[in-house]
Design a protein around this ligand. Structure first.
Ligand SMILES: Cc1cc2nc3c(=O)[nH]c(=O)nc-3n(C[C@H](O)[C@H](O)[C@H](O)COP(=O)(O)OP(=O)(O)OC[C@H]3O[C@@H](n4cnc5c(N)ncnc54)[C@H](O)[C@@H]3O)c2cc1C
Length: 415
């Protein structure tokens, strides 16, 4: 119905979802320009989705109901006992709270593959294509590559993550803001857990563990392996900025590139701060499966300019405490598609305006919630030795402030 050619810059979660949405809206040609030349399947990290948000996205046709996932039911908060006392028979720490946790975990690549499969076959993927600049006006847009080649499109969608080149054109004043701490991340075959005292059996499969220490926490849960039937351990360890980390330029440290000294420093820090079982879980992670990501916040006051649009992490970066990034990206694409269906017609301008109105406010709300959770759980964390179950439940309610948003807002809720 709308016709025309659409370029999607970035072919990850947001990019794949937007490409599918644009094709279903009737674009004649949808091209996904993805910088990474390799197989995105290799990004083997965990993502969690709230059960209700997942069900909504299945109903809306973005995810398949049989997407392979791992069920989580409870979040066990724990901390080290005084002088290591009370850490329990396997050293899992003093329990603080068993919180209901109606989430499923996913392997990033399995989720991504589902999205690719849900997109119409006409979508063209071009891996190994880096977009260096974009531009446009009310009547059209273009992308440019390193060799200076410019290609015209009717619409350019920026799904190119937290250092987006499309955002630089749409909203140049919006820059990611460092939260002041990092997360180390790791994953590996959960069969390796048997090397620990108590083995894999000491940690129930449906339990997301959140292990707190003064100034941070580590969140650990299992995810499905890329190969059906296998399970991986996945962890995210919030920690102070290492003194060797430079924060000027692209700052994530990719898996496999950490030095022995950097890895040993992190493992020693974990051993000092965490109950022994969880420090052991981290120490088992191979170098090639350990990486570091500084934590950023980013909110954009608007998401469109002429025929340019941004979505997913290009538009808002929410701290991982919210467990909402992938859902937010899919909801952005859904809002774009719904606006197109609702408005019909063959011009892009009203669709872009409707998408901007609906998603800018929703994104800002999630960024603010992420900041609040980060302050409560990391930079301004309470004295864990003084916390018990009622105190934890009260502390959690205080973070949500009576509003929702943990795991993402319900689909279609006005921003
Ligand atoms: C530690 C951590 C834990 C998280 N945990 C969760 C969780 O439990 N649940 C959840 O829902 N979300 C989680 N998230 C967030 C989630 O991973 C993202 O929000 C989500 O994947 C959306 O990403 P995206 O597609 O917008 O961007 P990205 O995944 O960053 O993709 C951007 C893509 O654009 C490509 N690209 C970039 N620049 C260019 C260019 N110039 N030209 C061409 N291509 C380009 C990149 O190669 C990449 O493929 C977590 C994030 C972090 C950091």
């Amino acid at each position: 119905m709308r016709g025309g050619a659409v370029a999607v810059v970035g072919g990850s979660i947001a990019g794949s979802a937007f490409a599918g949405a644009a094709a279903r809206l009737g674009a004649e040609r949808v091209v996904v320009l993805e910088r990474s030349p390799g197989r995105l399947e290799d990004r083997g990290l965990g993502i969690c989705t709230h059960n209700d948000r997942f069900a909504e996205l299945v109903d809306a046709g973005h995810l398949a109901p049989d997407t392979r996932r791992h069920r989580l039911t409870v979040r066990r908060w724990a901390a080290r006992g005084p002088a290591g006392e009370g850490d329990g028979p396997h050293g899992r720490g003093r329990p603080l709270w068993l919180q209901p946790f109606p989430f499923h975990s996913h392997h990033w690549a399995v989720l991504w593959q589902t999205l690719r499969e849900q997109a119409p076959e006409s979508v063209e993927y071009r891996p190994g294509t880096t977009v260096t600049a974009v531009g446009g006006d009310r009547d059209g847009a273009w992308t440019e590559q390193a060799d200076g080649t410019r290609t015209p499109y009717d619409l350019v969608i920026g799904a190119d993550g937290y250092r987006s080149v499309v955002r630089a054109a749409v909203c140049p004043q919006a820059e990611p803001e460092y939260a002041g701490y990092v997360c180390w991340r790791g994953s590996y075959d959960s069969a390796l857990l048997d090397a620990l005292p108590g083995g894999a059996a000491a940690w129930p499969e449906e339990e997301c563990a959140t292990v707190c220490y003064p100034g941070g926490q580590v969140v650990l849960y299992r995810i499905p392996g890329f190969d059906p039937g296998s399970t991986l351990v996945n962890w995210v360890f919030y920690a102070p900025t290492p003194d060797w980390l430079r924060l000027d330029g692209p700052t994530a440290v990719a898996a496999g590139t950490l030095t022995d000294e950097q890895l040993d420093g992190m493992r020693e820090f974990a051993a000092r701060q965490l109950p022994p079982y969880w420090a052991g879980v981290i120490a088992l992670t191979p170098r090639e499966r350990t990486l570091l990501q500084p934590v950023y916040d980013l909110a954009t006051p608007y998401r469109t300019a002429g025929r340019l649009l941004i979505g997913g992490d290009a538009a808002t970066v929410v701290r991982p405490h919210n467990t909402s990034g992938a859902v937010k990206a899919l909801q952005d694409a859904h809002a774009f598609e719904q606006a197109g269906r609702r408005l019909g017609g063959d011009t892009w301008a009203p669709l872009l305006a409707a998408y901007d109105r609906e998603r800018s406010a929703a994104g800002l709300e999630l960024v603010n919630l992420g900041r609040t959770l980060g302050r409560a759980q990391v930079t301004g964390a309470p004295d864990w030795s003084a916390m018990d179950e009622p105190a934890m439940a009260e502390w959690w309610r205080g973070q949500l402030g009576g509003g929702g948003g943990f795991g993402g807002h319900a689909l279609g809720r006005a921003g």
